[in-house]
Design a protein around this ligand. Structure first.
Ligand code: CTP
Length: 398
């Protein structure tokens, strides 16, 4: 039975935290609640104690005999802070320990998940953004702060993630470490092929799905190398990073590392063609009048990986398809899966560009023989977990 420590800071969203505690206890977990004094202005201590079946102290002096902040910190399997207010984030980022919750956060080595919630203006302030960036860089998992109606009449980002989504994120952190010791190589983002020193041919991949794959693999215990092409999103904690820009650079980076990898996931959107020549100086409008570009083919990196695959290695490809109907897109993807021969193909229907830059995704997984072997929809992290759920049995089978 896992122990989940639920930290509660003093924000209006604290009224939803009892629902989170209920979800966690109903899932069979032990819960200890560590509210701040300010949180108790929103929800009474009796509510937290009754729902968790345990004392809910705010101060390190309350449970001095059992040194609660040390025992909670040591025994927790996950610490989740919901809501995490601007003040709590600032104190956590600064390493303060002036109440039981911050002392526990400082002392624990368990994974920490925070659900920021505050007014949009406070969330957007550079001080809060800097605190969030610092915490993320230290390995704290940050949940989104969705947009919607705020406490007053206004709307905007800063609401707390729903108790259901927070509970699901906790479950993910408790999930199996079934890639422990495995080397996983992931590519993410979109390549850029230079036309001249200031222009390029590119694509709309944000890299978010590849980053989510890296986060999921790291959470499952893998040694992750992430080759990113032109990604501006924050990189998950604990992942080895290699930055490239063009398809040829990506190919070289992958070629160097693939032989060592147990799993290779080609999530990057690789340009199929590049300009035959990149101009050394900026192409001038008045000098060329009209312009015809000559493009040459880039190598198919995934096909090369499959050709050189060593026994026991699992190779995952993506297929971005834009058929008018989902059926047609799947047909194209099945042909691509058979042609490329990856062990798994993750099919993304990108009609209308809906998936690019979005936080959610919907995919179908195809086997090497193009049989549908699974599907997933939800956050890009949910999709990433589903991909590795399908990878793991293929690994152990080897
Ligand atoms: N891919 C690759 N090298 C390329 C192009 C694509 O390794 N030059 C990989 C992608 O990373 C992805 C898979 O191949 O895992 C399929 O990419 P996609 O763009 O859907 O397919 P293409 O092979 O480019 O086919 P088409 O553009 O004809 O749909």
């Amino acid at each position: 039975m896992a122990l989940i420590v639920v930290g509660v800071a003093g924000g209006i969203a604290a009224y939803k935290t009892p629902a989170l505690i209920r979800l966690l206890t109903e899932a069979g977990h032990r819960v200890r609640v560590a509210p701040t004094e300010a949180a108790l202005r929103f929800v009474g201590r009796a509510t937290f104690e009754a729902l968790s079946g345990a004392p809910a102290p705010t101060s390190v002096f309350d449970g001095a005999a059992v040194v609660d902040h040390v025992s909670l910190a040591a025994d927790a399997d996950v610490v989740v802070v919901a809501p995490a207010t601007a003040d709590l984030l600032a104190r956590y980022a600064a390493g303060r320990a002036d109440d039981l919750l911050t002392a526990t956060l400082l002392a624990t080595r368990a994974p920490v998940l925070v659900a920021p919630s505050m007014h949009s203006a406070m969330l957007a302030h550079p001080a809060t953004q800097a605190n969030l960036a610092l915490l993320r860089a230290r390995g704290v998992r940050l949940l989104d702060s969705p947009s919607g109606r705020l406490t007053g009449r206004d709307s905007g980002p800063g609401r707390m993630e729903s108790p259901e989504n927070i509970a699901a994120a906790v479950e993910r952190l408790l999930g199996p470490a079934d890639l422990a010791g495995r080397r996983v190589l992931i590519t993410a983002g979109g390549t850029r092929e230079p036309l001249d020193p200031v222009r390029y041919l590119g694509n709309r991949s944000s890299g978010k799905q590849g980053l989510a794959l890296a986060e999921a693999a790291a959470r499952r215990g893998a040694l992750v190398t992430l080759v990113v092409a032109n990604v501006s999103e924050p990189i998950p904690y604990g992942v080895e990073l290699v930055s490239v820009s063009t398809a040829l650079e990506l190919e070289a980076a992958v070629a160097l590392r693939a032989p060592e990898a147990d799993v290779v996931v080609m999530a990057a959107a690789v340009a199929d063609f590049r300009p035959a020549e990149a101009a050394v100086a900026k192409i001038k409008r008045d000098r060329v009048g009209s312009l015809t570009l000559e493009l040459v083919a880039n190598p198919d990196i995934l096909a090369g990986l499959v050709a050189d695959r060593r026994p026991g290695q699992v190779i995952v490809g993506f297929a971005a398809e834009t058929g008018d109907e989902a059926g047609a897109a799947l047909e194209h993807a099945a042909r691509k899966a058979r042609r490329k021969g990856a062990d798994l193909t993750v099919v993304n229907v990108v009609a209308g560009g809906a998936v690019f830059g979005a936080d959610t995704n919907s995919v179908v997984l195809l086997s090497a023989s193009a049989e549908p072997v699974g599907q997933a929809a939800g956050s890009k992290l949910d999709v990433a977990e589903a991909v590795f759920d399908a990878v793991v049995p293929r690994l152990s089978a080897c």
